[in-house]
Write a protein of this length. Structure first.
Length: 129
């Protein structure tokens, strides 16, 4: 693989906070998956996200998800690999998936709102769906 192919592949499998927020605000067919535990999700999560912990991803737990959509997985941030494990699990199950760079940490550093018991105010994300 040459450099151009590497970076094209990287962009095909990763996204950042700004691109994700723009896609959500523009009504693109994206489902955001918090791949952490239900307890972590309850405390704080990205608006519009659903909680599907990477450890429980299997055909049974994803059977109601639409394989024609793009899924973006995330976790806490660079010190956490739940989003990578979740993206791998979703890909193995036949879903089109990307991983959110920096997870919830970078989402907040970029000034976006979060929901949950410890949610923070920030730039609002409006699902244009």
């Amino acid at each position: 693989m040459n450099q151009r192919e590497f970076y094209q592949a990287k962009l095909a499998y990763e996204t950042d906070s700004w691109d994700l927020s723009e896609a959500l605000n523009n009504g693109e067919d994206i489902i955001v998956i918090d791949a952490r535990s239900p307890e972590a999700y309850t405390l704080e999560h990205i608006p519009t996200s659903i909680n599907t912990p990477h450890r429980s991803m299997c055909e049974a737990t994803t059977s109601d998800l639409d394989k024609s959509k793009l899924y973006v997985t995330y976790c806490d941030g660079i010190g956490c690999n739940a989003s990578t494990k979740g993206a791998l699990n979703m890909a193995k199950l036949g879903f089109n998936v990307k991983e959110l760079l920096g997870g919830l940490d970078w989402w907040k550093l970029d000034g976006y709102e979060t929901k949950g018991k410890k949610g923070v105010q920030g730039k609002e994300v409006k699902c244009g769906c």
